[in-house]
Design a binder for this molecule. Structure first.
Ligand SMILES: NC(=O)c1ccc[n+]([C@@H]2O[C@H](COP(=O)([O-])OP(=O)(O)OC[C@H]3O[C@@H](n4cnc5c(N)ncnc54)[C@H](OP(=O)(O)O)[C@@H]3O)[C@@H](O)[C@H]2O)c1
Length: 322
């Protein structure tokens, strides 16, 4: 299925579901001890992933986001699609460029290794295809920074353009304090005069809004903009959320996570906003964001939560894997 503004505008929800928290036993989000199965066996995480996918689909979510490095996220997603033949109207995105190295351990020394070479692309595309087959609508380079060779590697660009010619939309996700530079560099990449990247996934939330202007440019350039980490890995949800967010939630008779995501949904360039829910209840709570209205005064009060990008990413890099 094509992955463009017409396709995403036709979806029943601007909220998508990301599988980073449920595709593997270890990740950096804050409340995993509280929210995940005590025994994080493959079977337990598969069951949890399918529970969250069922809750998402039942409530209108139609974009599903996986990655090679999210453990067995693609496998769990493929099994879920296989076992629910009635599900024919979802858009599926995945990512290459990070290799999962944790061996299904939450306490691994190294959980993932980044490499954006053509060799890794060839290997991981074959792995994603073997699991998702023709259901792969969007394939993203995982966590591009301005230093990434993927931004200048013309041999890689030629491979990506060939995949695009097969009907898969080419995208990238960005990370780090210089996301805006990586986004603008990607928008300038062309193959045979045609822009190569047609989707950008970036971190944007009340604590880290620095990529906003570049994302607006990407949207205006025709790219589908996907927002990730809308809840700052749990720092803007539940008990960890700052007081001003709880005040806004109380005023709107809702929850902090819903207000955090609503603040992102208020951005006209945000085509899709990902929920990273670890439970079906979190997903349902996150979806309330679509009915939360925030006036200019409230948005301005919330915008005061913004941190310097360097401080935000330094803090994120120190979040423990659990
Ligand atoms: N580089 C990349 O491309 C990249 C990087 C990161 C994420 N992503 C994508 O973006 C998606 C979302 O990002 P994310 O999961 O990293 O971060 P996030 O959406 O900012 O945070 C999600 C976490 O917030 C907590 N939470 C959510 N709702 C809650 C509620 N109602 N009450 C209490 N806690 C709640 C949960 O963590 P706990 O239950 O653990 O508290 C949940 O796992 C991922 O699944 C992935 O698809 C991509």
């Amino acid at each position: 299925m094509s992955f463009d503004h017409n396709a995403t505008a036709a979806l029943s929800s601007r909220i998508g579901l990301g599988l980073a928290a449920v595709g593997r036993p270890g990740y950096i989000n804050l409340g995993r001890e509280r929210d995940l199965p005590a025994e994080r066996t493959v079977a337990a995480m598969r069951e949890r992933a399918h529970e969250v996918l069922d809750a998402a689909y039942a409530q209108g979510v139609r974009y599903l986001d996986a990655a090679r490095s999210y453990g067995r996220s693609e496998e769990f997603l493929a099994e879920w699609l296989d076992s629910r033949p009635q599900v024919r109207d979802v858009l599926v995105g995945s990512k290459w460029g990070y290799t999962y190295t944790a061996g299904w351990r939450a306490d691994a020394q190294v959980h993932e290794v980044k490499d954006h070479s053509t060799g890794t692309f060839d290997r991981q595309l074959a792995e994603s295809r073997a699991l998702l087959g023709k259901r792969l609508d969007l394939y993203q380079i995982h966590s591009v920074t301005p230093e990434s060779p993927a931004l200048t590697d013309t041999a890689l660009h030629a491979r990506l353009a060939r995949l695009a010619a097969e009907g898969v939309t080419i995208g990238l996700s960005t990370s780090g304090p210089a996301q805006a530079d990586a986004i603008r560099a990607a928008l300038a990449v062309t193959v045979d005069g045609e822009p190569l990247f047609r989707s950008v996934q970036a971190t944007y939330n009340l604590l880290e809004p620095s990529a906003g202007p570049a994302l607006a440019e990407a949207h205006d350039a025709g790219c589908v903009v996907i927002v990730k980490e809308g809840m700052a890995n749990g720092r803007l949800a539940g008990p960890a959320a700052p007081a001003v967010l709880h005040q806004a939630a109380a005023a709107a008779d809702t929850t902090a996570d819903a207000v955090a995501l609503a603040a992102v949904l208020h951005q006209p360039w945000a085509d899709l906003v990902l929920s990273g829910a670890a439970t079906a209840d979190q997903l349902t709570s996150n979806l309330r964001a679509t009915s939360v209205r925030l006036d200019a005064g409230r948005l301005a009060a919330l915008a005061a939560l913004a941190e310097p990008a360097r401080a935000y990413w330094q803090h994120r890099s120190e979040l423990p894997w659990s």
